[in-house]
Design a protein around this ligand. Sequence first.
Ligand code: SF4
Ligand code: SF4
Length: 128
Amino acid sequence: MGEKTKLDPKFAYWKGIPREEITWHPTVDESRCTGCGMCVTSCGRKVFDYDWERRKAVVARPLQCMVGCTSCQVWCIFEAISFPDPEYVRDLIKKRKVLSLVKKQLEEEGILKRSSFQNPFPPIHNPD
Ligand code: SF4
Ligand code: SF4
């Protein structure tokens, strides 16, 4: 990985899993990419570079892609961006026991009281 494409340390792990072990990132179909730049200018994680000579989006920092995010696929009106099956992420959550870590994170952040874990968002009763 070159200096320009080096993984930003703040994206080195996802839910305790080294990001290198997770294959989740966009793929650009260059035959469909018109070079509109929507994905390049909109991704908040700087995953894309722009090739000015060829006028194409380039996935330059794939490991910075947010695991499970597919926003750029939605933004691309030319349908040039694809992702792995979302089931891959769901399997990862199950196999790597991600929800245990999530529970710990919630507790540590004080978002969740232990006593209300079973139902952290009770239904709102309509007075009528
Ligand atoms: S949004 Fe789609 S068409 Fe536009 S630059 Fe990105 S991949 Fe290419
Ligand atoms: S899926 Fe989200 S984080 Fe990943 S490249 Fe697209 S916009 Fe960026």
